[in-house]
Design a protein around this ligand. Structure first.
Ligand SMILES: C[S@@+](CC[C@H](N)C(=O)[O-])C[C@H]1O[C@@H](n2cnc3c(N)ncnc32)[C@H](O)[C@@H]1O
Length: 364
C-alpha cells in the first residue's frame, strides 16, 4: 500500500516537473539557445539564402531532403543538417517527408517576393559578420575596430568599400532593399503638401525624392550627397523623366552649405550614422538655412525612450559603433526632440510609423 502511494507520489512529482519544464523553462531555454547560438543560426539562414533554398521550396513545395540535395547539387547529409536548422528555427515546416516554406519565409526570403530581404542577409554575411567579432574591442576602445577587416585607410566603412567593387555592390543592394521599403512609408504617412522645395541630405540614389515627386506634382527636390552618388541619382532622375523638378548637388553636409532655396530639409537613415555632436551641428545648420515655417525632418528607426529596445535598434547600434563610423547608433525619440529644441525649433512634432520607424519634424 505504502509502495503504491510512493509510486503515485513520484509519478505526480515527475508530471509536475515535466509540465513546469515544458511550459516555463523551455520557453526561456529556447530563447537562450537563440542568443548563445546566434552565430550558428544566422549562418544557417545565410547558407540557405546563398543556396537559394527558399526560392526552390517556393517553386517546388514538398520536396524531400534527397530531392532538395539533388536540385542544389550538394550531398544529402549536409542538406539534412541545414534543413534541421531551418525547421527548428521555423523557417520551413516538415510534413511527412516533405519541406514547405512558412508564410514569413515566402514573403522575406524568396526571390520573386517584392518584399524580400535577401540582399540584407547577404550584406550581414559578407560585410557585417566578420566585423562584429570585434564588438568587444570596439566597446573597450570606443571606435570602429571592425574596419580592419576591410582594405584601405579611410575612417568609415563607406570609403573602405570603394576598394572592393564586389562588396560595394552587396552593400548598395542591401541599402536599396532597406530604403525602398522604408522610404515608401515616408511618402505614405508624412505630409509634404505644404512644402515647395525639399533637400534630401545624404539622399543616395534619389529613390526617395522620385517617390515623393510622383506623389506631389508641384514639389521640387534636390539630393545633397557625395559627387559619385549624385551621378547615380542624376541617372535615376533622368530615367524617371523628372529632370524639370529634381536634381542632385554634390557636397559634404558638414563642410558645405546646404543647396539654396529649401523650405524642407530631410535626413533619411542619416542621423544614425553620426555622433550626438554632429547631429546637433546639422540641426543648428538647418535652422539657420530654413525660412520661417520651414521644416527639418529626421526619419529613421527609433530607440524607445526606456532604452530597452526594440530589437531593431539593439541590432543596428553595434553595427554603427563596430564598423560603419564608430560614432553613431539608433538614438531615442527624446534625444531627437532635445536636439531639435536646442537648435531653436519652436514646434517639434513626432510621428510614429510602422517597422520601428519614426519621423521627428521641427518647424521654424
Ligand atoms: C545610409 S545611406 C542613406 C541613404 C538614403 N538617405 C536612404 O534613406 O536610403 C547614407 C547616405 O549618406 C551619404 N553621406 C555620407 N556622408 C555624407 C556627408 N558628409 N554629406 C552628404 N552625404 C553623405 C552617403 O553617400 C549615403 O548615400
Amino acid at each position: 500500500m505504502i509502495g503504491a502511494l510512493k509510486r503515485t507520489y513520484n509519478l505526480a512529482t515527475l508530471c509536475y516537473h515535466r509540465l513546469f519544464e515544458n511550459l516555463l523553462i523551455k520557453k526561456h531555454i529556447d530563447k537562450f539557445y537563440l542568443i548563445a547560438g546566434g552565430h550558428i543560426f544566422f549562418q544557417t539562414l545565410s547558407a540557405a539564402v546563398e543556396l537559394d533554398l527558399f526560392t526552390l521550396l517556393d517553386e517546388h513545395p514538398g520536396l524531400t531532403c534527397g530531392e532538395i540535395a539533388s536540385r542544389l547539387k550538394v550531398e544529402e547529409k549536409p542538406v539534412r543538417i541545414l534543413l534541421l536548422g531551418c525547421a527548428s528555427l521555423g523557417l520551413v515546416r516538415k510534413r511527412s517527408d516533405g519541406y514547405f516554406n512558412g508564410k514569413m519565409t515566402t514573403a522575406l526570403l524568396t526571390r520573386k517576393s517584392p518584399r524580400n530581404i535577401l540582399a540584407v542577409i547577404r550584406w550581414q554575411h559578407h560585410i557585417n559578420y566578420k566585423a562584429m567579432y570585434s564588438f568587444y574591442d570596439a566597446i573597450r576602445e570606443n571606435r570602429n575596430v571592425g574596419l580592419k577587416e576591410f582594405e584601405g585607410e579611410e575612417p568609415f566603412l563607406y570609403g573602405r568599400l570603394t576598394h572592393n567593387p564586389e562588396l560595394e555592390l552587396i552593400f548598395q543592394q542591401a541599402m536599396q532593399a532597406i530604403s525602398v521599403q522604408a522610404n515608401a512609408m515616408l511618402a505614405r504617412f508624412v505630409d509634404f503638401s505644404g512644402y515647395k522645395h525639399l533637400v534630401d541630405v545624404g539622399g543616395g540614389n534619389a529613390t526617395n525624392i522620385i517617390t515623393l515627386a510622383k506623389k506631389y506634382p508641384k514639389l521640387r527636390a534636390t539630393v545633397f550627397d557625395s559627387a559619385s552618388v549624385c551621378e547615380i541619382a542624376r541617372e535615376n532622375i533622368k530615367k524617371a523623366g523628372l529632370e524639370d523638378r529634381l536634381d542632385a548637388v554634390p557636397g559634404n553636409c558638414f563642410d558645405d552649405p546646404f543647396p539654396e532655396g529649401a523650405d524642407c530639409i530631410i535626413f533619411c537613415h542619416f542621423f544614425t550614422i553620426w555622433s550626438e555632436e554632429n547631429n546637433q551641428r546639422l540641426l543648428d545648420k538647418c535652422y539657420e538655412a530654413l525660412p520661417k515655417g520651414g521644416a527639418a525632418i529626421v526619419f529613421n528607426m527609433m530607440q524607445s525612450d526606456q532604452e530597452d529596445g526594440p530589437l531593431s535598434s539593439a541590432m543596428g547600434s553595434p553595427y554603427f559603433l563596430t564598423l560603419a563610423t564608430g560614432e553613431g547608433m539608433l538614438y531615442t525619440w527624446h534625444e531627437y526632440e532635445a536636439w531639435m529644441r536646442a537648435a531653436n525649433f519652436p514646434t517639434v512634432k513626432k510621428q510614429t510609423l510602422i517597422r520601428d520607424h519614426g519621423a521627428i519634424i521641427g518647424i521654424k
